[in-house]
Write a protein that binds this ligand. Structure first.
Ligand code: GCO
Length: 457
């Protein structure tokens, strides 16, 4: 019998992000982010939903921290909203915004829950979009670093686990797409593939400068991580030829070669550079050194993967389409491929070449079509199925010696799912948005049980 027992020091947590849960859009000095503008623009977000109220976490954080305590997590990943701290993007600091995070973190610590703060989860100040087009400008990286200094010098006595940026590919490549409608803020279409890669290059620079800013501003030693949603290539079966094909395909899958490679190795992958040709972004002297900062961990957000097989072609591999009817959760891209978690970690070690770097799963979870039954309960057995399979893949990674140290479930509660608004629920706690009532789902109880027994149940 296999027991899916985890190591004694494994970190169990849950994750959220500011714009998705806080609400209080214009309160206490906060000014609009690009997501406020984007969601207020007709046709951008499903049903015209916005994050103006969201889960009203800004006012209900104590109740939400109690929920975390009930769940038994000892680690909580949340994000800090740049437009709360530096409402104009640069310049004056809004101390009232800082105070909110002081209250939140003090409350977490009262319950013995360690805060892990993401410094940027997509809600950049609208003022900087108006000033210079956000990530289109190199200046964004420097303004970000100043904002980071403002945060860490004020909260560094309370927070020692920092994450710089969340999913660079999403807020750059999905926000400025060239030939498809950008589904994410700022929703601006640029003219060339090169310009898109320029936005992610600026974000990488922000990450590098941000790491330096954190270490300079922190009053105590702290841990610094990047959070990336690397695209995971999965061998159609684990015979050596397909494993080799999955490794070969990894740098050109998604944006891997131009994001995770420079961040963790100091160079864009040569396979990607070759593919991009004239569309390689402008890289100034010293940029790659700045981007390639020492990290204490890599945060890995993982939901799905792409199957690959060995092929008799120039590349030696081919990406496989999902067949019609492949099982998926409640998003078009959420194909159920639980091995993605294992293979992503293995690629970080073997393909990117960083077996030394501790990995935290900073997001894993799924949307389901949750319904509250007549007894007021939510039986999301589909979500439990999804999560259980992914935790088994996590267990496999640890058993084989890969440096996986913790897991943050996405998400603690239903929230504003970006362009999908409130239509898609990723929480293990149901939110009744009309009343703001929190209803723990069956998956909440399941996860509590896993945490308590330190194994997959
Ligand atoms: C991320 C996303 C989250 C999403 C989640 C589900 O960091 O991956 O930004 O905020 O809500 O991934 O799509």
């Amino acid at each position: 019998m296999t027991s899916y027992q985890f190591p004694g020091d494994f970190l169990w947590g849950a994750a959220t992000a500011a714009y998705q849960i806080e609400g209080a859009g214009i309160e206490e000095g906060r000014k609009p982010s690009v997501w406020d503008t984007f969601s207020a623009t007709p046709g951008r977000v499903l049903n015209g939903d916005t994050g103006a109220v969201a889960c009203d976490h800004y006012h209900r954080y104590e109740e939400d921290v109690q929920l975390m305590a009930q769940l038994g997590i000892k680690h909580y990943r949340f994000s800090i909203a740049w437009p709360r701290i530096v409402p104009d993007g640069r310049g004056a600091v809004n101390e009232q915004g800082v105070d909110f995070y002081k209250r939140l973190v003090d409350c977490l610590r009262n319950y013995d829950i360690t805060p892990h703060a993401t410094l940027f989860h997509w809600d950049s100040p609208q003022a900087l979009e108006d000033l210079y087009g956000s990530w289109q400008s190199r200046e964004m990286a420097f303004d970000y670093a100043d904002y980071v200094t403002a945060v860490v010098s004020r909260l560094g006595d309370r927070i020692t686990h920092w994450m710089t940026l969340n999913e660079i590919s999403c807020f750059t490549h999905m926000g400025y797409a060239v030939d498809t409608e950008p589904p994410h803020a700022p929703g601006k279409r640029v003219n060339s593939v090169k310009e898109v890669w320029q936005t992610s290059h600026h974000a990488l620079l922000a990450h590098g400068l941000g790491c330096q800013a954190i270490r300079n501003a922190s009053p105590v030693p702290c841990s610094v991580a990047l959070v990336d949603n690397l695209a995971v290539t999965i061998p159609i079966n684990e015979s050596p030829v397909h494993v080799a094909a999955a490794k070969q395909a990894f740098p050109t899958c998604g944006q891997n070669g131009g994001i995770i490679f420079p961040a963790l190795t100091g160079a864009y992958s040569s396979a990607l550079l070759e593919q991009l040709g004239a569309n390689v972004p402008d890289i100034q002297e010293g940029d790659l050194e700045t981007i390639h900062q020492p990290l204490d961990a890599l945060g890995f957000n993982v939901y799905s993967g792409t199957y690959v097989r060995a092929a008799d072609n120039e590349l030696g591999y081919e990406f496989l389409e999902f067949p019609k009817g492949y099982p998926r959760m409640h998003m078009p891209w959420l194909n159920i491929v639980p091995e993605c978690l294992y293979w992503g970690i293995r690629h970080l070690s073997e393909t990117v070449g960083r077996p030394d770097l501790p990995v935290l799963i900073t997001e894993n979870g799924c949307a389901a079509q949750d319904e509250v039954n007549v007894k007021g309960e939510v039986f999301d057995t589909d979500r439990i199925m999804y999560l259980r399979q992914h935790l088994k893949a996590a267990h496999r990674a640890i058993t084989e010696g890969y440096p996986l140290k913790g897991y943050f479930l996405w998400s603690l509660m239903d929230n504003f799912e970006w362009a999908w608004g409130y239509d898609r629920r990723f929480g293990i706690t149901y939110i009744d948005y009309a009343t703001q009532k929190r209803i723990p789902k069956a998956s909440f109880d399941w996860y509590r049980e896993c945490i308590q027994s330190n194994q997959v149940v």
